[in-house]
Design a protein around this ligand. Structure first.
Ligand code: FAD
Length: 403
């Protein structure tokens, strides 16, 4: 009997892991567990705010991805018993494993800010995108040109910038009476990235009539108002929080060593528990370097600044690359060879602001930062390549105009 390999999560990391395990192992015994019976192309989720019908084009059924031999179990992981080698599903039943790959992604971090979790919308699923669409639509119905609805987005990272850009595009298409505010506690949007890149993104946002507030640290939220440490309060009708991510609760109660509920993993994805590996947003994959000091500040700096350090950032690209490598590493371990050290190589960053895209540090392109049709086509091509690699070119083509 081959050992049972269990993969948790059907995001980028879990999906890439299943594909690489199916390719690398002969007749593997694979069990794939996830909350939903589909993969969702999360890095394009903001597009669904403008037009929720796009959600369907970005949702790929598990059956279209996995081979017939891989078993899929729909369920929520609520715990992991590393001694017994069991995964607890929905709190009431278990699945045993010989090898376990944790790829359950991240959840929104609220940093203990008073009232924030209760009042803010988040963007981590198709349903979240639909809720944002519905709430901004309702807010616009009650608003007038003289008293426009106030939409506030907290956090100017990948999610916040792209959400603000998409809401601005929706406002223009619908001629909706809304004002959009993007709030960031750091001095610049897209903190930790290259100043030219930050400047270009800010210009695009301002050209799209998004008011950008930097140096504004949110300290409390109630049902109408967001309060800041340094600047005046902002009243809102709809508040979307995109201020950061942390690990999933399911990992907080295990014996696996974690950092903010993300599993600490070596450069070969091994965690502190025997035969348990972690990849994607669910993991802190520590690169193999000497004098490795990972205090909280260093880790955070490295997450927000993928250009300067080699701890993989919480991005789809890093999750996919780790997922592709894990199959090979498990195959090596099973055949008695040493697993290969993995290091993240940033091939470039692409950020949309509505229909515009800003590209930065793209490998093979002589310009540092650029936008225009080439950047837009590149972003579409990256998403289309991913969809094609896990399902079909036809599916990628269907979503092409909406990415
Ligand atoms: C709006 C938005 C825009 C983004 N834009 C970009 C971008 O342009 N470029 C980029 O590289 N990255 C982008 N990102 C970040 C990127 O989407 C994440 O880094 C990426 O999704 C991480 O992949 P993952 O596989 O680790 O986790 P996820 O994609 O989050 O997948 C986690 C999976 O685990 C499942 N799951 C979660 N908890 C459990 C549980 N307890 N039990 C069972 N299953 C569970 C989920 O249902 C899901 O299938 C964006 C994110 C958002 C939200």
């Amino acid at each position: 009997m081959p050992p049972q390999i269990v993969v948790l999560g059907a995001g980028y990391a879990g999906t890439a892991a299943i594909r690489s395990l199916e390719n690398e192992l002969e007749h593997p015994d694979l069990v794939w567990v996830s909350k939903e019976p589909h993969h969702f192309v999360l890095h394009e989720a903001h597009r669904c705010i403008r037009d929720p019908s796009i959600c369907d084009k970005l949702t790929i059924p598990i059956e279209d991805i996995k081979s017939d031999h891989t078993r899929f179990v729909r369920g929520t992981v609520t715990g992991i018993e590393t001694e017994a080698r069991d995964v607890i599903i929905d709190g009431d039943h278990t699945i045993g494993y010989d090898y376990l790959i944790i790829a359950i992604g991240s959840q929104t971090a609220f940093f203990g800010i008073e009232g924030l979790e209760a009042h803010a919308l988040t963007l981590k699923s198709p349903d979240d995108a639909r809720s944002i669409h519905d709430q901004i639509t309702n807010a616009a119905k009650d608003a007038t040109r003289d008293e426009p609805a106030q939409i506030v987005i907290g956090g100017a990272g990948l999610t916040g910038i792209q959400t603000a850009g998409e809401i601005a595009a929706w406002r223009d298409e619908m001629s909706a009476p809304v004002e959009i505010h993007l709030v960031e506690m750091e001095a610049h949007i897209f903190p930790g990235h290259d100043p030219e890149f930050q400047g270009s993104l800010r210009k695009k946002l301002e050209a799209a009539n998004v008011t950008v507030h930097t140096g504004a640290t949110c300290i409390a939220v109630d049902e109408r108002t967001m309060q800041f440490e340094e600047v005046d309060d902002l009243d809102y009708d709809v508040l979307v929080w995109a201020g950061g991510v942390t690990g999933q609760d399911a990992l907080s109660d295990t014996t696996i060593e974690t950092n903010h509920s993300r599993a600490n993993a070596s450069s070969t994805f091994e965690t502190s528990a025997d035969r348990v590996y972690a990849i994607g947003d669910a993991a802190f994959v520590h690169p193999k370097i000497e004098e490795n000091v990972f205090d909280e500040q260093t880790v955070w700096q490295r997450i927000v600044n993928p250009d300067t350090e080699n701890v993989p950032p919480p991005t789809a690209e890093a999750a996919i690359e780790a997922g592709k490598q894990i199959g090979n590493n498990i195959a090596r371990v099973r055949s008695g060879s040493e697993p290969v050290d993995w290091a993240y190589i940033n091939k470039g960053t692409l950020v949309s602001v509505g229909d515009e895209v800003v590209a930065h540090n793209v490998i093979g392109v002589p310009m540092n930062t650029f936008s225009g049709p080439a950047a837009r086509t590149l972003k579409r091509a990256v998403s289309a390549r991913w969809i094609t690699s896990i399902s079909s070119p036809k599916r990628a083509l269907t979503a092409w105009n909406d990415m």
